[in-house]
Design a protein around this ligand. Structure first.
Ligand code: PMV
Length: 359
């Protein structure tokens, strides 16, 4: 499929008023996306676990108006009008207008809430953008009932990608690939797809506890971080490594080699941060407690012959990953040991989920 396939041309129905509510998840990358070209084309392929408990619920009320030159919308977050989020959403609508021209003929009232605490350091752009995209696709389907479920998912991912790259991976689950890769059939730079191969049962229902090490706003946004990969001395090697890691993890997910999984996932997390440390200007998003936690995880793994491991996002929080078979013991370890390194002892217990849900 190419970009032109996502331009909505056919409208057969008239919709005066309609409301849709979608719940869409956050996701955590195992092989990381860091570096892009215009318009939101990733420099390498990435793969993520879709989360279950960390999600956004968004309702959009659409009301037909006479066609306008700009998108007309109001925005509420957790019941309150949120004008400071508006420029980001307006920019998103501007980018997708070409593919969804019908949005110029509706007034939209968008109401959104997150399941995770606001400013917890958990990126809400992935779940937030994908939720808006799903609501738009519900309207598009009402206007053109010929749309297939497969096209709807692809287009929602395509639109979400234009809002935030990683949001493209927040439509489906449990494992999602974004970025064209020779060994992943059907993969594309334009939208994400469900990992198309059989996954070993050890990775089913995998657990992810997110340790809220630092809930403050990041000093360097991911937009700035991505841009610093242009002219980065190690960028080309990194993009190549990420694509090789994707080929490796694809085999690991099928054969269930959890030791290899741990090595690859932790190396990806540290490499992402190594790219930040070696950018010009350089920056550090980890905090002292991020490192304390990593060392505690390694110690626990060694002493208990455990398969616990960690990954990191573009921030200080730590995602603790473990198979369901270790849930009871690891959750005790988190509660008794790792919670001490979290702000206000806060963490979120989550597991792998299956993607967006119409409410
Ligand atoms: O989607 P963005 O532009 O916020 O970038 C996210 C990048 C990482 O979260 C660090 C990695 C990833 O693949 O999700």
């Amino acid at each position: 499929m190419n970009t032109a396939d996502f331009i909505s041309k056919k409208v057969t129905e008239t919709i005066q008023k309609s409301t849709y509510t979608w719940q869409t998840p956050s996701n955590i990358a195992l092989v990381k996306y860091w570096g892009k070209s215009n318009p939101q084309i990733p420099k390498n392929a990435s793969i993520s676990f879709t989360l279950n408990n960390c999600h956004t619920i968004t309702t959009i009320e659409f009301e037909k108006i006479s066609k306008s030159n700009t998108v007309t919308f109001e925005l509420f977050f957790e019941g309150k009008k949120k004008d400071d989020f508006k420029p980001k959403i307006a920019k998103f609508f501007e980018r997708i207008q070409e593919y969804c021209p019908y949005i110029l003929e509706y007034k939209m009232v968008i109401s959104s809430e997150n399941s995770f605490p606001h400013s917890s350091g958990i990126a809400s752009s992935a779940s937030g953008m994908s939720a808006i995209a799903m609501c738009l696709l519900s309207l598009e389907k009402a206007l053109n009932p010929d749309l297939t479920p497969d096209f709807i998912n692809k287009k929602a991912s395509f639109l979400a990608r234009l809002g935030s790259g990683s949001a493209s991976r927040s439509i489906e689950g449990p494992l999602v690939v974004w970025g064209e890769h020779p060994e992943i059939e059907g993969s594309s730079d334009l939208f994400a797809i469900k990992f198309p191969y059989k996954v070993h049962q050890i990775f089913e229902n995998y657990c992810d506890t997110i340790l809220l090490v630092d809930k403050g706003e990041k000093q360097v946004s991911s937009t700035v971080g991505h841009n610093l990969m242009h002219n980065h001395p190690y960028a080309e090697q990194r993009f190549k490594q990420a694509n090789e890691n994707l080929a490796k993890i694809s085999k690991i997910l099928t054969n269930g080699d959890i030791k290899e999984f741990i090595t690859l996932v932790e190396s990806e997390a540290l490499t992402l941060h190594a790219m930040m440390l070696t950018s010009n200007p350089y920056f550090i998003l980890m905090k002292p407690n991020t490192l304390e936690v990593i060392n505690k995880i390694w110690e626990y793994r060694e002493q208990n012959n455990s398969n616990i491991c960690f990954t990191l996002d573009a921030g200080a929080n730590v995602h603790v990953l473990y198979p369901t078979s270790e849930k009871t013991q690891v959750e005790l370890f988190i509660k008794n040991v790792l919670a001490d390194y979290c702000q206000n002892n806060q963490y979120i217990t989550d597991n792998v989920g299956f993607g967006s849900k119409l409410m």
